[in-house]
Design a protein around this ligand. Structure first.
Ligand SMILES: NC(=O)c1ccc[n+]([C@@H]2O[C@H](COP(=O)([O-])OP(=O)(O)OC[C@H]3O[C@@H](n4cnc5c(N)ncnc54)[C@H](OP(=O)(O)O)[C@@H]3O)[C@@H](O)[C@H]2O)c1
Length: 289
């Protein structure tokens, strides 16, 4: 694939249909269906939308999916108990805790992620799987960074030696992405709110990955001619979704760019399904598939 627009929707459709075939074969062989449990605490509208998309996409590829809906004022102990119940349920192969959690529980997010069995960790955020990533084992790595790599690789954008700049240092995006990029021999810089002279990094980037949650954060005058731009940001303005990059402004100057929406998002969902299938195979000892 080589296009100026790195279309995540088209790529995710292709990868989802390949995955569907593999899942079908695995079910024929084992008689067991892979199953994902998504825990949704409270009624944040954006989270409800994301959870429904994941639920529907699971069903489309042959993964059983349940949504465990919990009240927003559930206690920490109750949530830990619910996670433990799913850990012990042998029909569940993947567990996803939808974040952000309600304000009262947010501070304990890492504790909940740690409670999810590393074998069922569909989001790749348990410390065991984070640690494996340190050794370049990306079997159960977080889904958005995997999606970014899939976009770059499937559109034949080489990473070796490239000056790759990530503007984000979160556990979900920037930090795991460092290892996936280093493994592929990119030269990686991480920028954040304390970065001194961030424009120097942006201007130097061969590949620029942006996830700051600020519409039009990246404009033509900030980038180098020919840069590849991955826009991870998801913002809502007047009911319309947009990314962090002024798409129309930068389009002529960059060599490739993801739309947002329609770029990284569909691949994030794909890798949630892929991770669930990986977790299922590990639990059923299906090493050859
Ligand atoms: N499409 C998808 O599948 C997908 C998946 C995940 C996330 N997202 C989107 O990606 C964005 C980031 O998500 P997140 O969970 O990683 O959010 P987050 O934890 O709030 O991280 C935002 C990052 O951006 C940095 N940042 C913010 N303003 C900046 C500025 N002016 N200059 C430099 N750095 C700045 C922050 O720096 P500090 O660390 O210094 O605060 C932080 O590292 C959101 O819009 C989210 O919706 C999309």
């Amino acid at each position: 694939m080589h296009n100026k627009i790195l279309d995540g929707k088209i790529l995710a459709e292709k990868l989802n249909s390949e995955l569907k075939e593999l899942i079908k074969k695995a079910i024929e062989e084992t008689g067991k269906h892979p199953k994902l449990a998504t825990i949704l605490v409270g009624n944040d509208p954006a989270s409800q939308v994301y959870v429904n998309i994941k639920h529907k996409t699971c069903q489309a590829v042959g993964i059983d999916s349940i949504i465990v809906e919990l009240e927003k004022d559930i206690s920490k102990e109750e949530l830990l108990y619910e996670i433990d119940k799913l850990n012990k349920d042998s029909t569940i192969h993947g567990i996803l805790l939808q974040i952000p959690l309600p304000e009262k529980l947010k501070v304990a997010t890492a504790e909940f992620q740690e409670k999810i069995s590393p074998l069922k960790d569909a989001d790749g955020l348990n410390p065991v799987n984070r640690g494996k990533l340190f050794d370049y084992n990306e079997e159960l790595a977080p889904c958005t960074p995997k999606g970014i790599i899939a976009l770059l690789e499937n559109y034949n954008i080489g990473l070796k030696g490239k000056d790759t700049v990530i503007i984000n240092r979160s556990n979900l995006v920037g930090k795991p992405l460092i290892f996936l990029l280093l493994k592929r021999n990119a030269t990686v810089s991480i920028c954040h709110t304390s970065t001194k002279d961030i424009d120097r990094y942006i201007k130097n980037a061969d590949i620029l990955i942006v996830a700051v949650s600020k519409p039009k954060f990246i404009t033509k005058k900030r980038i180098k001619e020919g840069v590849v731009i991955i826009d991870v940001g998801t913002n809502r303005i007047d009911g319309r979704l947009c990314g962090d990059v002024d798409f129309e402004d930068v389009f002529e100057k960059c060599s490739s760019i993801t739309p947002s929406p329609g770029g990284v998002g569909p691949l994030t969902v794909h890798f949630l399904l892929q991770n669930t299938f990986t977790a299922y195979k590990k639990q059923l000892n299906l090493t050859k598939m």
